[in-house]
Design a binder for this molecule. Structure first.
Ligand code: LLH
Ligand code: MG
Length: 383
């Protein structure tokens, strides 16, 4: 079996969210968003697919990196192919991004699982078929009735609990909001949510990611008093020693790193130096499912949990194969967006949650996307 072609279809779809100038996602009202479907085609005509950002999968990237290293290769050699591509990033990470690498790597997993006629998580080796989700809010905004005040967070948290969530993560206010960040406002939002949902809902905080040590310590002590279950990325992750210091000075578990480059090597350094109590990976942060599995098992060897960053079938599969992690991050959520609505490029939602707050793993062969190819073919865009 050989890889015969790699194709990318970029398409548009109606969306209600957009990233702001600092990279945070917010509700903006309906507009056209763009995404891409990357397809690995093998010489017997079989295919594997995954979605990714259209710009990361532009023709230059496919022609310069993926085609030269994948065409003619055995699609079952995921580890060798991934290591070759990851090595190319040493001098080309500006073009060959982790998001692109993750999409292509997950298309290889999708291909192999479709061939075996089973879901990816069962091919890896399942630990569970359903995962409890936490509702992960968008960052704070300035939209009336959105996420603009501590009371907005409290009212939204009540709705999330009614929907079935047993845990909620707050992303609070960030620049470019003129008065943000503000640790006192973060505490007010956390306190309002705790008051609204009571003591039995697990609460997590992911605030501004560049607080000083003094601000991060003060905020951490305040949310300890509110019984929060973890504290995520309150400072720049490039300063590992700041996290070692913070973890020494707080009782609340510190989760990370999330966005810091360096994949499993960085996680290993954080774990051995005591910079985190729970580590973290996500398919688009580290270049796919394979490197994430290394991080999950690294953490397991140290008796540590690894919590998975963000939504989507690749991350859901990771949650389903791990014994050392609790939650699936479902979101990002906002009062004005119906997250449960199936996007038009899928035939069914890829992370359906029941009334008890469990997301059930899709049982279709492959990664778990039930793709609406007719929609994608009918809504092309040029990249
Ligand atoms: O800034 C944001 O929009 C969020 O922090 C986002 O990056 C989210 O993916 C996250 O950190 N989740 O844990
Ligand atoms: Mg985070």
């Amino acid at each position: 079996m050989k890889i015969a072609d790699i194709r990318v279809r970029a398409f548009w779809y109606p969306s209600q969210e957009k990233r702001d100038s600092h990279g945070h996602t917010h509700f903006v009202g309906e507009h056209r968003a763009t995404q891409a479907l990357v397809t690995i085609v093998c010489d017997d005509g079989s295919e594997g697919h995954c979605f990714g950002p259209a710009q990361s999968l532009r023709p230059y990237v496919i022609d310069s990196f993926f085609k030269p290293h994948l065409l003619g290769q055995d699609p079952y050699h995921r580890e060798r192919l991934w290591l070759t591509l990851a090595d190319m990033q040493r001098v080309s990470v500006g073009q060959l991004t982790d998001k692109a690498l993750a999409a292509v790597e997950m298309a290889l997993w999708d291909w192999a699982a479709r061939k075996a006629n089973i879901p990816v998580y069962k091919m890896i080796g399942a630990f569970r078929d359903k995962v409890p989700a936490y509702g992960s809010t968008m960052c704070g905004d300035q939209i009336s009735g959105g996420l603009s005040t501590p009371e907005d967070y409290a009212r939204f948290a009540e709705k999330l609990v009614q929907r079935g969530y047993k845990a909620i993560k707050l992303h609070t206010w960030n620049p470019p909001i003129s008065w943000a960040p503000d640790p006192k406002m973060d505490v007010k939002a956390c306190a309002a949510v705790r008051e609204a949902v009571g003591p039995d809902i697990a609460l997590l905080l992911d605030p501004y990611s560049a607080y000083s040590r003094v601000e991060a310590l003060w905020l951490g002590k305040e949310i300890e008093k509110l019984g929060f279950a973890w504290y995520e990325e309150p400072m720049r992750e490039a300063s590992k020693s700041s996290f070692e210091w913070l973890a020494r000075n707080l009782d609340i578990p510190i989760v990370g790193p999330e966005t810091m480059e360096g994949r499993y090597q960085t996680r290993a350094e954080w774990i051995v130096s005591g910079a985190c109590d729970i580590t973290r990976t996500g398919v688009t942060d580290v270049g796919g499912i394979g490197p994430s599995l290394k991080i999950i098992h690294l953490a397991e060897s140290f008796g540590m949990d690894c919590e998975i960053h963000r939504e989507g079938p690749g991350n859901l599969a990771l949650c389903a194969v791990q014994s050392n992690g609790r939650w699936y991050e479902r979101g990002l959520l906002h009062p004005f967006i119906d997250y449960d609505r199936t996007p038009p490029y899928l035939n069914q939602h890829c992370d359906q949650m029941d009334a008890e707050g469990f997301v059930h793993l899709p049982q279709i062969p492959g990664l778990g996307y039930d793709i609406n190819f007719d929609y994608i073919n009918a809504h092309p865009v040029e990249i």
